[in-house]
Design a protein around this ligand. Structure first.
Ligand SMILES: Nc1ncnc2c1ncn2[C@@H]1O[C@H](COP(=O)(O)OP(=O)(O)OP(=O)(O)O)[C@@H](O)[C@H]1O
Length: 632
């Protein structure tokens, strides 16, 4: 029991020790708990403080957000104002430039005409007066010489007649005397004195003969004097020559003045080119015009609601009303879509009016720039009517180029014009001026000279445009080729892009300047987006190709708008953009016509076309560079 007790006691002591150590642990934990309690209180206090701060920060944030929103809004207003102001300034500047250009061109033309007319009139007058004077003098001189000569000849003849008469008389007398002498020879001695008398008479007559000879001599002297007088008169002619030399000098002075005027004209032409380009740059290197064709008698369907709110002022806006839509509550609404372009032409507009707007771009091609004019729109919207009819942009452009090239001749410019006409069909290039059987068969290749930034097409027909009538032949030939290639010429033209390429090479023999410009007039395939499900076979392929190439054109324009120096432009993605590589973008001026139909049935396509054109219109392409070279 004692042992058990001792064991128990030991166990108890162990338990007490253990309890003490547990008590210590508990105390330690308690103090730790107290500490943690204190920390928790601190953290809670801190948390409360932080929450308050967070709340403050949140309030501040929302205040500053509001302030930021206000600033942003006011900034947007300011930017809008500035943009509007900038646009107005640009418009004013553009108007001023246009007016200035017109005025200076008019003044130059008037001055030139006036100067030329004055100079020509003066020259004509001088030449006429001089010629009249010379003729009069010559006539007078001839008459005088003739009179004098005939008088002298008459006198000499009279003298000779007298002398002959006298000789005859003397001869007769001599005969008589001779006969008498014979008769009286027998009485010679007795008649010797008479003979002597006769001899003296003869001597007398001989004296008179001598006298007549002397007179003859005098006549000869007088003749010589006459000759001297003629010489003198001829020397008087020298005075006339002097007068002529004076006239010549005056004429030379007038010619010099004309040369000076021509020099001035040339300087003004250079200035005109510079101003013209500045105006073009101000207008932007990519411009978009919209044209709405009139409703045709044959297509008397319901017209779409298209409005031209600024037709009497700017003609830059077209507003299209969408179809009526009825809400669940029965309210009827229509969407209104306004579109702005550089110019909008209503259904009444004529090709002549349209050409007036693009003629300045044609002028740019003559001045050495690459110019591209596109017609975009759905089939039947008027692309071909605008571009390639006898009254369209192609013949008008060529006519203007001829007139302008002729006008520039007097300023030393000589132009060579070459035209070709190609078609992009199913991503193949066809020569529209070649043989119809070669269409879709002969392979034409596009070659780029990257150094000269020039494009050539292998084996393409090039026509030297030495007269405006050539273009008519070209258009006829291309239409014929297309009509052979399709059942309906229209069908082919809707399904392919045609590109009329006009190369203009100018050289100024006086200033040594050279210019190389290209004018591309592009009639695009119909833009209606046929879905692939609607087409099969050949039609499907055509549709895919048209969709692709029009998308590529949009992509290229978009990429040019966003391009930085050296950035990639996807020209190679379609034949059309590859062909026009050097006529699109920084080195060129581009104009896109978006053609729209006035009919309700075409409204969806119309809106799609207008949206595409708006994207193009919002693109800004860098400054064009003139392709001018100096003489080698
Ligand atoms: N401004 C206009 N004034 C009068 N008639 C027009 C006008 N525009 C187009 N037309 C007529 O509308 C019809 C279709 O025009 P056009 O052939 O030019 O269309 P398109 O867009 O070239 O079509 P496609 O894509 O088939 O070539 C033609 O009969 C044309 O004469």
């Amino acid at each position: 029991m004692e042992r058990d007790f001792n064991n128990f006691k030991k166990t108890m002591e162990g338990t007490v020790t253990e309890r003490n150590s547990l008590q210590e642990t508990v105390d330690l934990l308690k103090s730790r708990l107290n500490e943690l309690e204190g920390i928790r209180t601190q953290i809670t206090a801190m948390n409360t403080k932080l929450q308050t701060e967070l709340e403050d920060a949140r309030v501040k944030l929302s205040t500053s957000n509001m302030a930021l929103e206000d600033t942003r809004r006011s900034h947007t207003f300011e930017v809008d104002d500035l943009r509007r102001k900038h646009r107005n300034d640009m418009e004013d500047l553009r108007d001023q430039h246009r007016k200035e250009l017109d005025r200076s061109r008019k003044n130059t033309d008037e001055e030139t005409d006036k100067l030329r007319k004055e100079f020509e009139a003066e020259l004509d007058k001088l030449i006429r007066v001089h010629r009249d004077e010379l003729t009069e003098l010559e006539r007078r001189l001839k008459a005088e010489i003739e009179d004098e000569r005939s008088r002298r000849i008459r006198e000499v003849q009279e003298m000779q007649t007298q002398c002959a008469l006298k000789f005859q008389n003397v001869g007769l007398d001599l005969d008589v005397k001779e006969r008498e002498a014979q008769n009286v020879r027998g009485q010679l001695a007795q008649l010797t004195s008479e003979l002597e008398r006769e001899k003296s008479l003869k001597t007398n007559l001989q004296d008179r003969l001598t006298e007549a000879s002397a007179h003859n001599l005098t006549l000869e002297t007088s003749n010589r004097a006459m000759k001297a007088k003629i010489d003198f008169l001829e020397s008087d002619n020298q005075a006339q020559s002097q007068a002529f030399a004076d006239l010549h000098r005056q004429m030379q002075e007038a010619i010099d003045a004309a040369a000076l005027a021509n020099e001035k004209l040339r300087a003004e032409e250079t200035l005109r080119r510079k101003l013209h380009n500045q105006v073009q740059e101000l207008k932007g290197n990519i411009r978009v015009f919209c044209r709405v064709r009139p409703a045709l008698a044959s297509s008397d369907t319901e017209p779409a609601k298209i409005e031209f709110p600024d037709a009497n002022t700017d003609s830059k806006e077209v507003v299209v009303r969408g179809p009526e839509q009825r809400s669940a509550l029965g309210n009827v609404t229509t969407s209104i879509s306004p579109f702005s372009f550089d110019r909008v032409f209503g259904p009444q507009s004529q090709n002549a009016e349209i050409f007036e707007e693009i003629s300045q771009l044609v002028q740019s091609a003559l001045d050495g720039y690459n110019v591209c004019i596109f017609c975009y729109g759905q089939t039947g919207s008027g692309k071909t009517y605008t571009m390639s009819t006898a009254d369209g942009m192609i013949p008008r452009a060529v006519q203007q180029i001829y007139a302008e090239a002729t006008r520039l001749e007097e300023k030393g410019w000589k132009y060579k014009m070459e035209g070709s006409f190609v078609e992009v069909y199913n991503e193949n290039l066809n020569d529209l001026l070649g043989k119809s059987e070669d269409l879709d068969k002969k392979k034409l290749e596009i070659r780029h000279d990257t150094a000269k930034k020039q494009t050539t097409i292998t084996d393409v027909t090039t026509v030297l445009l030495d007269g405006p009538e050539r273009v008519e032949e070209m258009l006829k030939r291309s239409t014929k080729n297309r009509s052979v290639a399709a059942t309906k010429a229209n069908e082919r033209s809707s399904r392919s892009h045609s590109v009329f390429i006009l190369k203009l090479l100018g050289e100024n023999s006086i200033t040594g300047e050279r210019s190389e410009g290209t004018l591309n007039l592009v009639d695009l395939a119909g833009s209606e987006r046929l879905t692939h499900s609607q087409a099969t076979g050949e039609r499907l392929k055509e549709t895919q190709n048209i969709n692709k190439s029009l998308t590529c054109l949009g992509d290229v324009i978009n990429a040019l708008g966003n391009a930085k120096e050296g950035s990639h432009i996807p020209y190679r993605n379609s034949k059309l953009t590859y062909l026009l590589q050097y006529s699109l973008g920084g080195n060129s001026k581009t104009l896109m016509f978006v053609m729209i139909s006035p009919l309700q049935a075409h409204l969806n396509e119309t809106i799609t076309s207008l949206k595409f054109a708006t994207k193009v219109h919002n693109t800004h392409i860098g400054t064009a560079k003139k392709q001018t070279k100096t003489k080698d």
